[in-house]
Design a protein around this ligand. Structure first.
Ligand code: NIG
Ligand code: FE
Length: 411
């Protein structure tokens, strides 16, 4: 099956020789083809170029982009998309002045969501998450990493992971799954946190591995949550079962989480509000993708990760939605793109790299996704008529996506 997409105003983020990630000054580079055509064959990009160079030939199907632009779908490399209920009451508590940590200490926050997930059926969790996945697709996402972490018991964590597996089997999105057994300490383990870490190491990790439920392992390694030593133990245990690490680090303090991620050759370390010279030094030369979550920083009113400084030092940066009920209840990666530019002073080119190729790297799919390149899976969207690619982050809040294609099929 060969499909031609014609009359494209501009194809954005094309690669002749695909790179797995972009770093430093290269983040400001973005290749495009103007007045273009694109060919998709059996679900993959097979050719693209200027319309003027399109040779006469037969296609099984033709799609007229109507002067819209084509972008590779966003890769959303950090989400907690499976959850039950919502937390708008805590949102009001935050507005009144309570901090994220204070809410967590009194059993709100992650524990609040855990209670609801424990009570929910697998079907309810699946239906709610599928609804959110559909929103994501409509906003232009084509791949998503989803974490457990609201289970807190072995049983509920496995329930979450099974929901993620079912989503993967039934949704056209590319989905990666992460075991986040250590997201918070359940009330009954307060004062004996080590026992909970034992539970993660001895039961959650082996069980998730036995059922083949997790690609990655994550830990909330931060002040007031899990220590570096505890994180070391859990990441090592995960690695034994082939789970690469991707951790929450340095959101609340200079907690040593970034250095810990690098030591474990983590695929990514995420949040990073507290990143100083030592953290940047540790990341340089590593395979770990620093991933910033602008939605959470915005929603919690936090300091912003020093993204400019990180890029100037030569690092790559990825960005993701962190979609979750507590710190970033949004599935919209276009908003993340806008926040990247305004709150982190990224140029549109840098921001687009952060939410496509680099976030693809951060979830281990950049050989397959994250750019328009011959041979890659044809996950892309056609925009409404827009004047330039800079308009994507500029016109924040409106949905600029007109049509979406995953594996070459319109969804
Ligand atoms: O990535 N920081 C830790 N975990 C989530 C928030 C989870 C929640 O509050 O429910 C995050 O922001
Ligand atoms: Fe998170």
């Amino acid at each position: 099956m060969r499909t031609l997409v014609k009359n494209i105003k501009e194809i954005v983020q094309v690669e002749a020789t695909p790179a797995l990630r972009v770093m430093g000054k290269d983040m400001a580079r973005l290749n495009t083809v103007k007045d273009a055509y694109l060919v998709v064959e059996d679900g993959r990009f097979s050719a693209f170029g200027p319309m003027a160079e399109l040779a006469e030939q037969r296609f099984d199907k033709e799609i007229d982009a109507g002067g819209g632009m084509v972008f590779p779908s966003f890769c959303d490399s950090h989400t907690h998309l499976v959850y039950a209920g919502s937390r708008e009451i805590e949102y009001c508590d935050k507005i009144r002045g309570l901090s994220y940590e204070e809410i967590a200490k009194r059993g709100g926050g992650i524990l609040n969501s855990a209670k609801r997930v424990q009570e929910a059926t697998e079907q309810q969790l699946y239906d709610d998450a599928m609804g959110r996945l559909k929103q994501m697709i409509a906003f232009g996402s084509g791949a998503v990493e989803i974490k457990s972490g609201y289970g807190m018991t072995v049983e509920a964590e496995m329930k979450m992971l099974r929901v993620i597996r079912r989503l993967r089997e039934t949704s056209p999105l590319t989905i990666k799954s992460t075991l986040l057994g250590a997201h918070g300490v359940p009330m009954e383990y307060r004062g004996r946190q080590g026992d909970f870490v034992d539970l993660v190491v001895r039961e959650m990790i082996p069980q998730a591995a036995a059922e083949g439920l997790a690609d990655f392992i994550d830990v909330f390694c931060d002040q007031g949550f899990f220590t570096v030593e505890e994180t070391d133990r859990m990441l090592e245990a995960g690695a034994k079962y082939g789970m690469r690490s991707k951790i929450h680090a340095n959101e609340l303090a200079y907690s040593g989480g970034i250095q810990c991620a690098v030591r474990h050759n983590a695929l990514s370390c995420d949040h990073l509000e507290y990143t100083g010279d030592a953290e940047i030094e540790a990341l340089l030369g590593s395979e770990t993708m620093p991933t910033v979550l602008p939605g959470a920083a915005f929603f919690l009113g936090m300091v912003h990760a020093p993204v400019r400084k990180m890029m100037d030092a030569g690092l790559g940066v990825a960005m993701a939605s962190d979609c979750n009920p507590g710190s970033s209840p949004s599935t919209n990666m276009q908003l993340i793109l806008s926040m990247a530019c305004i709150n982190y002073r990224m140029l549109p080119e840098e921001a687009i790299n952060a939410v496509t190729i680099n976030s693809a790297y951060a979830m281990g799919v950049s050989r397959e996704l994250g750019s328009v390149a011959v041979g890659k899976r044809a996950n892309f969207y056609i925009t409404k008529p827009i004047p330039s690619y800079e308009y994507m982050p500029y016109a924040y809040g409106e949905n600029k996506v007109a049509r979406t294609f995953l594996g070459g099929v319109e969804v």
